[in-house]
Each structure stands twice: as structure tokens, then as C-alpha cells.
Design a protein around this ligand. Structure first.
Ligand code: FCB
Length: 467
């Protein structure tokens, strides 16, 4: 089997997240989340865009499942809106919210599409933020109770549970750079949040297995940063890249997979926090069996050692009032020098190859799944509304080819989820960035398959990269 042909068991899916597509923000008994509050605060999102309506998926989910069927997807990664199923983040469930997901999961299964469910894709109930959000240890326990309740309510309908999505973004874009909700710019708070997200992952994994039995499949999706030294010969630049690896990757991989924070992290953050939020026994709570590690990959970073607080870019995340890179005052992120997507993210398919093979080397044989990969481009619909998006097709082809190469070189990669099924609310960028393989006309809510959708459907059908 060559690298362009994938086995029948390889999972081809697409991913979305609740706040980015559902809309119906005040319907069906849904409570408020930090993203409702943030997007409704003037100046926080481009053009003041909110997720109030988004793709109206809450009302159009049947059409969207039909669309996935038409594309022949084997799996769909969705997220549950915590405030929709448990307004306020604690206490009794909202039956209407639970019924929405029950119907959706049943419809997916009936269509032969395996549901992969993310429990936290950034929409923390506002009440929990009022009590400190992820800086408060109690939030991790509330999350575990919510996870348990979902396991009980949805149980066998879910093929794979993903506890948290990209905790790096929640902690550092949410509490350090302020680019994401709740929009705080407090470095010490971000580090506490990172720890509590680790804890939330571990407690939730244990709660799900406690409810559903040891065979319940549990994962987490991490946006791991592939970081290169500007000058590969420079020891100082190599050290700078290593520091990004600590604060960007091993701050989560360490506790979740190794049962400890990485050596060196403490030195970088000593002046910011005394890490008093780490309690004895936490590492045991966090390190739970991972059936598969979810990897989200979009771009690489280039860094160099600098003398003072970061000038220049911030590693693809330049939309917030402060830097997300807590403890890295002497690391400078270089602006991309090659081709970029509409996000300004550089296009480097080798990055995903390196990431998957490095993970395989570090965690020998650990099952891996690409839970997000994709690209925003400024699609221009043709006269009949059709969308030719050769740049996206090219991006996907080259990245999936790199996944195939990683597999051929031994990485145990089980599946690939394109981000995203639909154009949607791209967080602080609002509706200005389109990641979908399906176009959404936000005036009419009409869905149109882009060329990339047809291309991806062929791949899902044949398991072989089309030319
Ligand atoms: C990831 C997020 C996802 C989407 C993509 C473009 O960081 O998980 O919701 O915004 O980036």
C-alpha cells in the first residue's frame, strides 16, 4: 500500500464546533456562555460578529446530516454546547438541549456516520466564568460532572469522546492574550487555567469510564505547535524553539501522557506564578489512559532568541491585546516568509509529518487522529454560485499526503477530520474567514459544495488521494 492509499479502516471525517455553527443562542432553554458575552462586547470580534445565528445548524441539522451522507463521510466531529445541555454549568440538565443532541447522534448513526463528540469547544457557561472560570479549580470538577451526565445521557451513541479541544487556546488566548473569551490578559491566570484544563481532562476521562465502563473510548484534541529555529545552527534559537515546545505542547502532553510537567517549564514561569494551584495527587488524576491522541494542525512557527519582550508576531495568534506566550519574553516569532492562508498562517505540510512522526517516536505506537486540519481562503463564488477553491484542495492534498507519509514511516494515525464541514463563525475573526468545504451563504443559509468538498468526498469513497 503506498502512502497515497489509506486502509479501509482509516476514518475520513469533518469537524465543527457548537458555537461556530449552531446559532439559536437563546432558544431551547440554552444558557449563556463566555462566547456570547465576549462576542457581544464591542470591539472583541471583527465587525461585532456573534454566534447568535451562525449556520443555523440548530434548525438545519437534518439537512446538514444529509449533506454529510452525500459526501460519504465516515465520521463527524461535533461539540456539545455545555450551556445548552446544562445552563449555568451545574445542576439539572436541560431536557430540550439533551434531546437535540440525542436526535442528532441518532441521525448520524442511522446515516452510517460515526459521531465523535467534543465536550468542551470553548463555550464555558457564563456563571462558571463569574466564579473565576478556568482559574478556579472548581470548574474542573463541574466539567467532570457535566461529562458524566453526558456519558449517562448519550452513552453508546458516541463513538469517541474528546474531553477538551485545544486547551492551549482556552488558557492562553482566553486568559493571557485576550484574543478569545473571556478576554482576560493575566499571565498567571493563564497558567492556572492550563492546569485546571489538564485536571478537567483527567477528571472527565475518569468520569466517562466510570459511567460507561472501561471500554469507553476517550481522547483529547491538542493544537500542538511545530516550532523551528530561525537559524538551525544557532543554539540560542534552538533554545527559543524548545521553550515554545514547553509552554505550547508539553504543558499538556506532560501531565496527560507522562504524568508530570516537563523539566524547564517551572524555570520559565517562576517569576509569574508559584504554581500553588498544582496539588499533590493531581498528576495521577490527570494522567488517564488515552485511547487516541487528537492532533489539530494548521501551520508552523519560526522563532529566534531576542533580548527583550516579544516584538513582531505571536505565532499565528495576532488578534489579541497581549501576547499569548506566557514566560517567553525572550522569544521572537517571525512573520511567515512563504505562502500563507487567509489567516496569515504559513502553509507547511511537512509540519504535520514531523508532528505525527515525533509523537510516534515519543509515545511509541500511541494511536493518533488528526482531529482538525484545513484552511481559510477568500473564496469567490462563480456566476452560478459554484465555488472553485483550488488553493484549499491543494492545501488538503498536500497535508493528507504528509499524513500518508507519516503513516508509512510508522506513525499510528487512524483518521483525519477536515476543518471544517461548513463555513462558520471563526471566533474573533467573525464570519470573515471561511474554512468550510461547504460554502454557507449567511443571508440565505444556503449550503453549496465547494470543489474541495467533491474532492474530499472522492477521497473518503476511495481511500486514495485523487490527483
Ligand atoms: C482551531 C479551532 C477551531 C477553528 C480552527 C480554525 O484552533 O479548534 O474551532 O477555529 O482553529
Amino acid at each position: 500500500m503506498n502512502q497515497r492509499t489509506f486502509p479501509d479502516s482509516f476514518v475520513w471525517g469533518a469537524a465543527t464546533a457548537a458555537y461556530q455553527i449552531e446559532g439559536a443562542a437563546t432558544e431551547g432553554g440554552r444558557g449563556r456562555s463566555i462566547w456570547d458575552d465576549f462576542s457581544h462586547t464591542p470591539g472583541r470580534t471583527l465587525g461585532g460578529d456573534t454566534g447568535d445565528v451562525a449556520d443555523d445548524h440548530y434548525h438545519r441539522w437534518q439537512d446538514d446530516v444529509a449533506l454529510m451522507s452525500e459526501l460519504g463521510l465516515g465520521a463527524y466531529r461535533l461539540s456539545i454546547s455545555w450551556p445548552r445541555v446544562q445552563p449555568g454549568g451545574r445542576g439539572p440538565l436541560n431536557p430540550e438541549g439533551v434531546a437535540f443532541y440525542t436526535r442528532l447522534l441518532d441521525a448520524l448513526r442511522a446515516a452510517g456516520i460515526e459521531p465523535v463528540v467534543t465536550l468542551y469547544h470553548w463555550d464555558l457557561p457564563s456563571e462558571l466564568e463569574a466564579a473565576g472560570g478556568w482559574t478556579n479549580r472548581e470548574t474542573a470538577y463541574a466539567f467532570a460532572e457535566y461529562a458524566r451526565a453526558m456519558a449517562r445521557a448519550l452513552g453508546e451513541r458516541v463513538g469517541l469522546w474528546i474531553t477538551v479541544n485545544e486547551p492551549w487556546c482556552s488558557a492562553f488566548l482566553g486568559y493571557a492574550s485576550g484574543e478569545h473569551a473571556p478576554g482576560r490578559t493575566e499571565p498567571a491566570a493563564a497558567l492556572a487555567a492550563a492546569h485546571h484544563l489538564n485536571l478537567a481532562h483527567g477528571l472527565a476521562a475518569a468520569a466517562i469510564r466510570d459511567e460507561l465502563g472501561d471500554e469507553a473510548q476517550v481522547s483529547v484534541s491538542l493544537n500542538l505547535h511545530v516550532t523551528r529555529p530561525a537559524d538551525p545552527e544557532s543554539a540560542a534559537d534552538l533554545e527559543a524553539a524548545h521553550e515554545v515546545d514547553l509552554v505550547g505542547n508539553h504543558i499538556f502532553l506532560g501531565p496527560m501522557l507522562d504524568g508530570s510537567y516537563p523539566i524547564g517549564l517551572r524555570d520559565l514561569t517562576r517569576d509569574i506564578t508559584d504554581a500553588g494551584y498544582v496539588r499533590p495527587g493531581d498528576m495521577t488524576l490527570i494522567r488517564q489512559r488515552l485511547d487516541v491522541l487528537g492532533v489539530n494542525y494548521y501551520f508552523t512557527n519560526y522563532v529566534r532568541r531576542s533580548d527583550g519582550p516579544a516584538a513582531g508576531g505571536s505565532g499565528g495568534h495576532g488578534n489579541g491585546p497581549a501576547s499569548p506566550w506566557v514566560g517567553l519574553d525572550r522569544v521572537e516569532f517571525l512573520p511567515p516568509s512563504g505562502p500563507t492562508t487567509a489567516m496569515g498562517w504559513n502553509i507547511e505540510p511537512d509540519g504535520i509529518y514531523e508532528l505525527l512522526t515525533a509523537l510516534d517516536n515519543a509515545y511509541d505506537g500511541l494511536p493518533l487522529m488528526v482531529t482538525e486540519n484545513g484552511a481559510a481562503f477568500d473564496d469567490v463564488p462563480g456566476p452560478d454560485g459554484e465555488v472553485h477553491d483550488p488553493e484549499r484542495v491543494d492545501y488538503l492534498r498536500r497535508h493528507i499526503d504528509a499524513v500518508g507519509r507519516a503513516r508509512q514511516d510508522g506513525a499510528n494515525v487512524h483518521g483525519y477530520f477536515v476543518w471544517s464541514l461548513l463555513d462558520n463563525f471563526e471566533w474573533s475573526y467573525g464570519y470573515s474567514k471561511r474554512f468550510g468545504i461547504v460554502r454557507v451563504d449567511y443571508d440565505t443559509q444556503r449550503r453549496t459544495l465547494k470543489d474541495s468538498a467533491r474532492w474530499y468526498a472522492q477521497l473518503a469513497r476511495t481511500g486514495t488521494l485523487p490527483d
